[in-house]
Write a protein that binds this ligand. Structure first.
Ligand SMILES: Cc1cc2nc3c(=O)[nH]c(=O)nc-3n(C[C@H](O)[C@H](O)[C@H](O)COP(=O)(O)O)c2cc1C
Ligand SMILES: CC(C)CC(=O)C(=O)O
Length: 398
């Protein structure tokens, strides 16, 4: 057919926003997306389709849920101020954070026990993330061991999240295994050395770990197994009790950080930083990055919204370390706001978990593609072609 010179119906496929046209074109043959494109509505849809215990665990927060609400309210208070006539035809969302190149500044937050949501759990998530080239952060309390998840991720980038166990041998073993399995950066979660008062789980008397979900990394670990009086297969209850006793250590202080450096060669990020002084301390201690996060509102009820903490942390870090952000990201516009306020990249949590619950690997991919498409379109429509162009000037505080 002769080229007529008319513009292509589907814009440049390299742009994430093209997912929008893929969906519209599907409509010509009567297809609609299997899952909503409104990621803020996913929780409500998932509630009707998930086991009540699993839904309560994923959706729940600490106490009254005030921190979860604050996370969302903080995003609503910032508004984007679009700029016009800036030629945004060609856009590049890619970014390199601590040596890891990502096609957009978005990672999958570490989320444990995903087999309570879908039997393929973290394996399905790893495949979906890898198909888009997005980095996955593998949780210590995942339902599949880190080696199997690494295999599912293939060549795609992956980071490892450590729940720093009381038992030094197990900690060393986890770090050695993660390095061997090709995890590039270490995320050390500081805010969950105790489980918060989680009323939804308490009301259902439900904790997945007591049913041995989430222990895969431990049960596959020689150092953990060596600490058991009897093999876990013979005495599962004792294995759970042993896990509960050593899972985390509330006595840890800043003085313990050199241990991490001793046993990990790559970049190290501290997750759960909310106070500028803690951010400064992390940098002074030689950490490579901080993750501004209140654990999705799951730990301290009445905590500062993570987004409200971001500008103070960004000022304290002052370019000396990477700044990542999570807690409350639901849309592409949210990503734009977090980047403008100083994040180098963001992590998304519950939305991809609902995608997994509603559609397995394909559901996770759909959720991530929606997020990336909306990010690309919002970036362009507000007058930017790269994440680097986003500064606090792109926003007003309403
Ligand atoms: C079901 C669930 C399990 C989680 N498990 C972990 C975990 O194992 N390790 C960790 O560091 N954070 C964990 N998180 C916290 C996430 O990494 C992230 O901080 C949070 O989900 C971000 O908030 P969002 O869900 O609003 O996006 C978990 C969150 C959820 C919802
Ligand atoms: C409490 C942990 C074991 C898992 C977690 O991080 C979470 O449920 O938020």
């Amino acid at each position: 057919m002769e080229h007529t010179g008319s513009p292509p119906l589907v814009p440049d496929q390299r742009h994430f926003g093209a997912y929008q046209y893929e969906i519209y074109l599907g409509g010509l043959s009567g297809q609609v997306p299997p899952i909503t494109t409104d990621l803020s509505a996913l929780a409500e849809i998932a509630r009707d389709r998930m086991e009540p215990t699993a839904y309560g665990y994923v959706a729940g927060g600490a106490g009254t849920g005030a921190t979860m609400r604050a996370n969302r309210a903080a995003f609503d208070r910032w508004r984007i101020v679009p700029r016009m006539l800036r030629d945004v035809t060609v856009r590049d969302l890619s970014r390199t954070v601590l040596g890891t190149r990502m096609p957009a500044p978005v990672l999958l937050a570490p989320v444990g026990v995903l087999s309570v949501v879908h039997p393929e759990g973290e394996l399905a998530v790893a495949r979906a993330a890898a198909s888009l080239g997005l980095p996955l952060v593998h949780s210590t309390v995942a339902s599949y061991p880190m080696e199997e998840v690494a295999q599912a991720a293939g060549d795609a980038p992956r980071w490892y999240q450590l729940y720093w166990p009381r038992d030094r041998e197990v900690a060393v073993s986890f770090l050695e295994r993660a390095e061997r399995a090709g995890y590039e950066a270490l995320v050390v979660t500081l805010d969950t050395f105790l489980l918060a008062w989680r009323t939804r789980d308490l009301d259902q008397a439900y904790l997945p770990f007591l049913q041995r979900v989430g222990l895969a990394n431990y049960l596959a670990d020689p150092a953990f197994r060596a600490g058991l009086a009897k093999p876990a297969e013979e005495d599962p209850a004792a294995a759970v009790a042993h896990w509960a006793a050593m899972f985390a250590d509330p006595s840890k202080t800043w003085e313990d950080l050199p241990f991490l450096r001793e046993h990990w060669d790559g970049p190290i990020l501290l997750k759960g930083i909310l106070h500028p002084d803690d951010a400064r301390r992390a940098v002074d201690a030689g950490m490579d990055g901080v993750i501004v996060s209140n654990h999705g509102g799951r730990q301290v009820d009445g905590s500062i919204a993570a987004l409200d903490a971001l500008p103070g942390v960004a000022a304290a870090v002052d370019g000396r370390a990477a700044i990542l952000f999570d807690s409350g990201i639901r849309t592409g516009a949210d990503v734009v706001k977090a980047l403008a306020l100083g994040a180098d990249a963001v992590l998304v949590g519950r939305p991809y978990v609902y995608g997994l619950a509603l559609g397995g690997e394909e559901g996770v991919r759909h959720v991530l593609r929606c997020l990336l498409a909306e990010l690309d379109l919002t970036l362009a429509l507000s007058g930017h072609t790269t994440p680097d162009q986003l500064t606090p000037d792109a926003l007003v505080h309403a």
